[in-house]
Design a protein around this ligand. Structure first.
Ligand code: IPE
Ligand code: IPE
Ligand code: MG
Length: 227
C-alpha cells in the first residue's frame, strides 16, 4: 500500500461522543487521548514518517475553564506517561504552538519529552498545542523582520515554520464530519488531500486510518497540471 509521508489529523468530536453517551465532555477527551495513543502506534506500524495531531487550538481558550484544565491535564499526563514508550518506539516528539501560555510544570514536561526523544530517527510525532495557523504565520513574519529578510521566498517561509525540515502533509484527516480547517496548518495544507469521516475521534480506529490511506491512494493529485 502506498503510504503518505505526512499525515495530519484534526481530532474532532470528543464532546459529541460523550454527549451521545450522556457523559460529561471531559469523558470524551479522556477517550480521545486513548484513541490518539492507538493511532500513533498504528501510524508508526504503517511506516508513516510524520504524524501531526491537532490537540488544542488558539481558539480553544474560548471553552469553559474547567474543560480547558482537564484537557491540558490529560495532554500533560499523556506526554509524561508515554515518554518511555515513545522513546522505545524511536518516536521523535515535537510540540507545535505557543506553549509559553501554560504553567511551568507543563512547559518543563514538554521540553523534557522533546529533548529526550530529539535524537530518535523513527516517526516524527508533532502535537499541535495552543496552535493556530495564523499565529504561526505571524511568528514567521516576525522572524523575517528580525533576520532582516527583504526578499521572502516560499522556501524561506517553509524553513521558519514549526514543520521545518518535514514535508507538507499529503493527507489531512478530520473526524466528526466537519468540512473546515479550523486554523490548522494553513500554509502547509495548500495541496493536501482532505479526508473527512463522520466517525467521532474516540471511535476512530487503525482500520479507519487504513481506509483514509486507501482513499488517498485513489486520489489523482495534479498540483495544478492537466494530466
Ligand atoms: C476535539 O473534540 C478536541 C478538541 C478540540 C480539543 P471537541 O471537544 O471539539 O468535540 P466536539 O466537536 O465538541 O464534539
Ligand atoms: C479543532 O476542533 C481543534 C482541535 C481538534 C484541537 P474544534 O472543535 O475546536 O473546531 P471548531 O470549533 O469546530 O472549528
Ligand atoms: Mg470540535
Amino acid at each position: 500500500m502506498f503510504i503518505p509521508e505526512h499525515v495530519a489529523i484534526i481530532m474532532d468530536g470528543n464532546g459529541r461522543w460523550a454527549k451521545k453517551k450522556f457523559l460529561p465532555r471531559t469523558f470524551g477527551h479522556k477517550q480521545g487521548v486513548k484513541t490518539a495513543k492507538k493511532i500513533i502506534i498504528a501510524a508508526n506500524n504503517f511506516g508513516i514518517k510524520n504524524l501531526t495531531l491537532y490537540a488544542f487550538s488558539t481558539e480553544n481558550w474560548k471553552r469553559p475553564k474547567k474543560e480547558i484544565n482537564v484537557l491540558l491535564l490529560l495532554l500533560n499526563k499523556f506526554i509524561k506517561e508515554e515518554l518511555i514508550e515513545l522513546n522505545k518506539l524511536n518516536i521523535k516528539l515535537k510540540v507545535f504552538g505557543d506553549i509559553s501560555k501554560f504553567n511551568n510544570n507543563i512547559i518543563k514536561d514538554i521540553e523534557f519529552a522533546c529533548n529526550t526523544t530529539s535524537k530518535n530517527k523513527g516517526l516524527k510525532l508533532n502535537i499541535a498545542l495552543n496552535y493556530g495557523g495564523r499565529q504561526e504565520l505571524v511568528h514567521v513574519f516576525e522572524k523575517m523582520l528580525i533576520l532582516n529578510i527583504k526578499k521572502p521566498t516560499e522556501k524561506i517561509v517553509s524553513s521558519l515554520l514549526y514543520t521545518k525540515g518535514q514535508p507538507d502533509p499529503d493527507l489531512l484527516i478530520r473526524t466528526s464530519g466537519e468540512f473546515r480547517l479550523s486554523n490548522f496548518l494553513l500554509w502547509q495544507l495548500a495541496y493536501s488531500e482532505i479526508y473527512v469521516t463522520k466517525k467521532l475521534w474516540p471511535d476512530f480506529t487503525e482500520r479507519d486510518l487504513k481506509n483514509a490511506m486507501i482513499k488517498f491512494r485513489e486520489r489523482k493529485r495534479r498540483f495544478g497540471s492537466c494530466s
